[in-house]
Design a protein around this ligand. Sequence first.
Ligand SMILES: Cc1cc2nc3c(=O)[nH]c(=O)nc-3n(C[C@H](O)[C@H](O)[C@H](O)COP(=O)(O)O)c2cc1C
Length: 204
Amino acid sequence: MATATDRAAGLVLDAAAQDLLFRQARSASEFADAPVSEAQLQAIYGLVKYGPTALNQQPLRIIAVRSGQAMERLMRHLNERNRGKTAGAPLTLILAADIDFHERLPQVFSHAPGLRDVLAADREDRVTQARFNATLQIGYLIVGVRAAGLAAGPMIGFDAAALDRDFFPGGSLQSLLVMNVGYPRAKRFARLPRLAYEDVVQAM
Ligand SMILES: Cc1cc2nc3c(=O)[nH]c(=O)nc-3n(C[C@H](O)[C@H](O)[C@H](O)COP(=O)(O)O)c2cc1C
C-alpha cells in the first residue's frame, strides 16, 4: 500500500507498481523452482535499454548463464556464500562493462562522428566511463527485473579478475557484478533500515 505521504505527494506511478518496484521488492537469495525464459529476459531488456547513459554509450553487456559447463565455470569464481545462492537460481547474469563501447558511437551517437576516434585514443577514460555507465544500467536492470514480477540477487562477492580471464580473455569486457534472477522465496529476515530523507538530502 502507498503511504499517506506518497498519496499526498501525488506520485504518478500507481501504488501497486510502487510496491512491486520498490517498497515490497527485496534482494533475493533463495528462488522457487521455476524457470526464467529467454522471452522474459528479452522483455526486461526491452524496458531497461531506455535508461539513460552518457553519450548514449550503453556499455552494459550481459552474459546469461542457465546451466551446464558455463555455470560450473562461473561457480568457481564466486565466493562460497554466493555459490550456494547461485546453485538455486534459475538464471544468473554476468554483468560487464564494454570498454570498447566507442566502436558503436557512430551508430548510437551519430550526430558527433568524431567522438569514436577521440575515445579510441584514451583507454583509461573509456574504462572509467564504461564502468560508471554500465553500473548505472545495472541499477535500471534491477528495477526492470522487478517490473517482470521477478527478483534480483546482485552479488559483488566474486573474483572479478579471475572471472574476466576465464570469460573475457579478449580484454574488452570487465565484469562488474553477478546477479541471480528468478521467482523469490520468502525472505528469512526483515528489511534492513534505509537512511531517512533528512540524512541524505540537503537543501541549499
Ligand atoms: C552491488 C550489490 C552487491 C551485492 N553483493 C552481494 C553479495 O555478494 N552477496 C550477497 O549475499 N548479497 C549481496 N548484495 C545484496 C545486498 O546486501 C542487499 O541488496 C541489501 O542488503 C538490500 O537488501 P533488500 O533489497 O532485501 O532490502 C548486493 C547488493 C548490491 C546492490
